[in-house]
Design a protein around this ligand. Sequence first.
Ligand SMILES: CC(C)(COP(=O)(O)OP(=O)(O)OC[C@H]1O[C@@H](n2cnc3c(N)ncnc32)[C@H](O)[C@@H]1OP(=O)(O)O)[C@@H](O)C(=O)NCCC(=O)NCCS
Ligand SMILES: [Zn+2]
Length: 214
Amino acid sequence: MTEVEVWWGRIDQVREEYADDLDPVEAQRMNAYVRADDSARFLLGCTMVRSVLARRFSLPAASIRLNRTCPECGGPHGKVRADGVELSVTHAGDVVGVAVGDAPLGLDVEQVDPTIDVDGLARLSLSEQERDALPQDDPGARARAFTALWTRKEAVVKATGDGIRTDLRTITGPPAGFHVMDVTVDRGYAAALAVISPEPPDVRTFRFGSGPRR
Ligand SMILES: CC(C)(COP(=O)(O)OP(=O)(O)OC[C@H]1O[C@@H](n2cnc3c(N)ncnc32)[C@H](O)[C@@H]1OP(=O)(O)O)[C@@H](O)C(=O)NCCC(=O)NCCS
Ligand SMILES: [Zn+2]
């Protein structure tokens, strides 16, 4: 059975001392963010990954080495990887998510913004059929439905590691060998998890900093 843990944290959980466990490249990335909340989201993501892996492998968090080498250019901004486990990290608004498991996976969270240009974004990312199926009258419902679809597609391209190189219009439902599901986060957010495995994964969701949520 493929087992996946999804952990959710909020940026108000960030503490200055969390930065002590960053490696030098991560510290440099954290300090390079112009906006304090980008920096906080990045730091919390690093802390959550280390903490979840520390528990999993019974190792001190600071000893967990993460690798984000970009396959395109060698820079430190690619999919986060660690030995012996599959990982995905996502951030949006106040929320940071980490998925860990024994099969390749992708997690994506987005804030639902009722003022987004759904038509413009949908032309670039949805198939014609998906565009036609969006709710027509209620802008809030339309934005929610669009964002849910978007997170499912992003979760898929984050599971493969291909990222935005893939034309999202071509992903209309789970590709063969993928399991894609919506994940509940806070109100005002949409999130999805994609797992590449032969059987449906057993997914458990947790709140970072406390016990199992359900
Ligand atoms: C990955 C991507 C889909 C995520 O976009 P997003 O919704 O803005 O951001 P999220 O917060 O959900 O995800 C960010 C996390 O995705 C991970 N990530 C980065 N590139 C990734 C990839 N190709 N596949 C999967 N995950 C990736 C990182 O772990 C990052 O977390 P970090 O801040 O701890 O490093 C998008 O940024 C992307 O496609 N990037 C790659 C672009 C690229 O190929 N650049 C080449 C530069 S040479
Ligand atoms: Zn790169």
